[in-house]
Design a protein around this ligand. Sequence first.
Ligand code: SAH
Length: 215
Amino acid sequence: MNKDRADERAMMVQSQIQSRGVKDLRVLRALEIVPRHLFVPEEFTRDAYCDHPIPIGHDQTISQPYIVAIMTELLVPQEGDNILEIGTGSGYQAAILATICGRVVSIERIPALADAARVSLQRAGVKNVSVFVADGTLGWPEMAPYDGIIITAATPSIPSPLIEQLAPGGRLVAPVGTTQIQELVRLTKNPEGILKERFDGVRFVPLIGKYGWRM
Ligand code: SAH
């Protein structure tokens, strides 16, 4: 087996991502480059390129590759963009964004997951992600405004601090709905106001915090 597993990634991109309509070449390239197997727990490394989410401990999961791809595409990531992610989890989504954009600030509420994600990001050679432990529903005002904000946990509505921290022209992508089922929503901050678009149905673990669900 190829140690870097590049062949498996090429296959994953072709059969799971391109085949379902993801077209953005920077997104496809990032999924081909980032070693996803470094972001899953030891006992699941064999499954790293399979078409499903994987448990990462603490009742949390790393999303299915296709969901990572479609959310990244919806964010319309540009070279040089300043990105905020809420829900670091494994760090994989942050690594994908960091491969395309200038800088990623990623917020995680569970300290042990943040620690593990920092280790994975380092092993993968990703240098432009900063992981902080906090309630991400408050955003991270220190490094605002953001060209893109991605929430990778299910939220009942978009936390208002995140909308405030979005740059003019910025995009925000999030799964919005109940704890059981959500739809992907994209907000774009235009001069005329906020444009809201709705996409696929998804299922994420809950966003827990002041502007998410209360524990
Ligand atoms: N993006 C991740 C998957 C996220 S799973 C990846 O690529 O692997 C959702 C994550 O959101 C979990 O790790 C959970 O602990 C975290 N989370 C939930 N509520 C949060 C909050 N208010 N602030 C920050 N992180 C939160």
